[in-house]
Design a protein. Structure first.
Length: 536
């Protein structure tokens, strides 16, 4: 039996593991090389303060595809995901609050505190979103049609466009609205209450360096609602043990099939010979040869740093440099001596609002000001903050009676203006975030025992997320579906023969989905004829 590799995968993040699993299941010999000392990419659980563990970067579960979970046997390997009792809790500046989730009737009752009309229209809004989300779900595990792909691409476009064509005219209008409108424009067409619009509009700026007034931001809102937890559409949950529990289970599935995973093995260069990718050279000098090189890194990192520009055409180099990255994200993990005691909903005992996503962004205007601040000054004076406290549902993460919190924050410029550096500004930005939460929960600052700070630059250096972009590239209309990452390269095949991409910079985009890894494996195996049928 030959010891020759069939594929080498750059990066042991979740999509790289998913891709490796499907390739190995089809009989290919696969090796993954990972620059960090741990497997999992941005979906890892680590101790960041003595006795306190948390999901370091990716921090919540919804988009992980059920087919991937089933095929890899993740539940059988111990993966357990618990749903939030309610989706989100939004404290308001006037001392009120809004809770989202817990069932339609309960959410309607919350909305009536602000607008009887908004409560009445909510079922129709959910129906509109769900109709479009179902179409996205149907497309997530399919390879987009490739521009310039001839008859095959035309047929694929017709087949994939079928569900859209079969929608009613009203639903097709919803699709158009969600793909081209700003979040504010879209939500203004449905609701009148500012807290209600903020509750839904927050999703439009998650990982999106933009204002809710930015055209196209409504799509990002939609991207965050097409997932599910334990069969419940649109739900969000927590993986017991943190996000690392997902990738630990995936690693086991891969290794059982013979996949070799090497950590502390950073790639210096993709080896190209006669216009074909034939392997990788590690920073150690080791060369690993394989007829298939699969990049589970973003297109920006791949083409800017890992491939010699001389191996690509000048026109492609120009397009690659124009690929847009930068999600405006700042991540923190904090160790807490006690739970936040919110002015609007007092109490330090575990309650359902502590187990939800705590959204500090009371209005769309607040979100818009945060973006304007960041464009002008590099960071928001009053940031947008989503706080999750996973230790309220998972006591493995913190000492008894104490807690960990994930703070996912927007808007922070990928590159600071005036020559300033994130290494010099990260502590000041972290203080602004702590102050923002403390304005709503006065005991918060005093309860912080330790903190882990990940500025956009830290996210780039630690996880290879260029510009700190958690999506591997902007989720804008010009970088979606058949145009992700580039028009003519939507089929997971890279610019060079033998080169493939399987990360979030490909369709369907960011989030812990596993879909890019699954779809890329299908195309790699299709290039090997009958093997492609084994992915399904």
């Amino acid at each position: 039996m030959s010891n020759a590799l069939d594929a080498v995968i750059i990066g042991a993040g979740h999509n790289g593991l998913v891709c490796a699993f499907y390739l190995a299941r089809a009989g290919l010999k696969v090796r993954i090389v990972e620059r960090r000392g741990v497997v999992g990419g941005a979906a890892v659980t680590e101790e960041f303060h003595p006795g306190f563990r948390n999901s370091v970067a990716s921090y919540t579960v919804s988009l992980l595809n059920p087919k991937v979970i089933a095929d890899m046997g993740l539940a059988e390997r111990g993966l357990r995901i618990v749903e939030r009792p309610i989706s989100n809790f939004l404290p308001q500046e006037d001392g009120g609050y809004l809770k989202l989730g817990g069932g339609l009737e309960r959410t309607q009752a919350e909305f009536r505190k602000f607008s009887a009309r908004d409560a009445e229209v909510l079922p129709a809004y959910y129906d509109a979103l769900e109709g479009v989300a179902d179409v996205l779900r149907s497309l997530a595990m399919k390879t987009p049609p490739n521009a310039g792909g001839g008859l095959k691409a035309l047929l694929a476009a017709a087949v994939q466009g079928g569900p859209l064509a079969r929608l009613s005219l009203d639903k097709q209008r919803d699709v158009m609205d969600l793909f081209v409108k700003s979040a504010r424009s879209f939500l203004d067409g449905w609701f009148e209450s500012e807290p209600v619009k903020a509750a839904f509009g927050f999703d439009a700026v998650v990982g999106n360096y933009a204002s809710p007034d930015t055209p196209g931001s409504a799509y990002v809102l939609l991207h965050h609602v097409f997932g599910e937890v334990n069969g419940k559409k649109g739900a969000w949950g927590h993986a017991i043990g943190g996000m690392g529990a997902i990738t630990t289970a995936m690693r086991g599935a891969c290794e059982d099939l013979g996949v070799q995973i090497d950590v502390d093995a950073p790639v210096a260069r993709v080896i190209v010979e006669n216009g074909r990718a034939v392997g990788v050279r590690l920073e150690s000098g080791e060369e690993i040869r394989a007829p298939r090189v699969v990049a589970n890194v973003g297109p920006k990192l791949l083409y800017d740093r890992l491939i010699d520009p001389a191996d690509l055409s000048p026109e492609f180099n120009r397009r690659a440099k124009a690929f847009k990255v930068g999600s405006g994200t700042f991540r923190m993990n904090v160790a807490l001596s006690e739970l936040p005691d919110f002015t609007c909903l007092p109490g330090k005992d575990v309650a359902e609002h502590h187990q939800s996503g705590v959204i500090i962004a009371p209005t769309l205007d607040y979100m818009d000001r945060a973006y304007i601040d960041a464009k002008r000054d590099g960071m928001s004076e009053r940031p947008i903050v989503e706080m999750l406290i996973p230790s309220t549902v998972d006591d493995s993460l913190a000492p008894k009676g104490q807690h960990v919190a994930s703070l996912f924050c927007q808007q922070f410029a990928p590159v600071l203006p005036d020559g300033r550096n994130w290494d010099d500004e990260r502590e000041a930005a972290a203080d602004k975030i702590i102050d923002t939460v403390t304005a709503y929960a006065p005991n918060f600052r005093a309860s912080v025992l330790g903190r882990q700070i990940l500025s956009p630059m830290d996210l780039e250096r630690t996880f290879g997320l260029m510009g700190g972009d958690i999506m591997h590239g902007n989720m804008s209309l010009d970088q979606l579906w058949a145009a992700r990452p580039f028009l003519g390269q939507a089929d997971y095949r890279g610019e060079l023969k033998g080169l493939y991409l399987c990360g979030a910079g490909t369709h369907p985009g960011g989030g812990v989905t596993g879909a890019p890894g699954h779809n890329a494996a299908k195309e790699i195996l299709a290039d090997g004829s009958w093997l492609g049928r084994l992915v399904g």
